[in-house]
Write a protein that binds this ligand. Structure first.
Ligand SMILES: [Zn+2]
Length: 209
């Protein structure tokens, strides 16, 4: 069992899977606080200064290619980077819709069809704009022997959250991919209302384009 910050995970199993990005190690954990099963997908050797993506599960984006968000292309690009350079994708289950769950995420999409942006839709449903906790990610990184990371993200809040859980972020490595007509408004909101580091020409911040 490994604890870091407010997270505690228990290692379950490790195996190697051939993927579109070559052979990658899959290491599974059970989250002792939430019960979710998380993954570390990596190409070693790992250690301090590793390239790390902490990725939140998104069924619609990753399995169905939803154009509402950029999670699918981000995961794909992150796997491509770690396969080429070495590093780890920490894949967190239970993080749908920034932690509100799959059904609530679809409810938020329905509200967005009425003109809410991604932040106001979560708030209207009674959730925080971002309800995710990254304690499990910190515990998984600790188990992998990674205390300092180069973090693949556009989200400075993720850096703050990981640092609160004891992970040192040496560098933010941009991950700008998957920008499309349908998600330009969503990305504009993440830039304007959530502090993400994204290009200025993504479009407006209210509602969908
Ligand atoms: Zn998504």
């Amino acid at each position: 069992m490994t604890t870091a910050g407010r997270g505690t995970v228990r290692f379950q199993v490790q195996t190697t899977i051939g993927t579109a990005h070559g052979d990658l190690a899959f290491r599974a954990y059970r989250d002792e606080i939430t019960g979710f099963e998380h993954l570390a997908v990596f190409r070693g050797p790992l250690g301090d200064g590793a390239l790390v993506r902490v990725h939140s599960e998104c069924l619609t984006g990753e399995v169905f290619g939803s154009a509402r968000c950029e999670c699918g292309p981000q995961l794909d690009t992150a796997l491509e980077r770690i396969a080429a350079e070495g590093g780890v994708v920490v894949y967190l289950r239970g993080h749908e819709g920034r932690g509100i769950g799959l059904v609530a995420k679809l409810r938020a999409y329905a509200l967005q069809d009425e003109g809410y942006d991604t932040v106001d839709a979560n708030l209207a449903l009674g959730f925080a704009a971002d309800a995710r906790d990254f304690g499990a990610a910190a515990a998984i990184l600790a188990d992998l022997g990674v205390r300092r990371v180069r973090l693949l993200t556009n989200n400075p809040d993720k850096e703050r959250q990981l640092e609160e859980h004891g992970v040192a972020v040496d560098e933010l490595v941009p991950l700008i991919t998957g920008v499309a007509r349908d998600n330009a408004g969503y990305l504009g909101t993440k830039r304007d209302r959530m502090g993400h580091v994204l290009p200025p020409d993504l479009g407006h911040s209210i509602g969908r384009p």
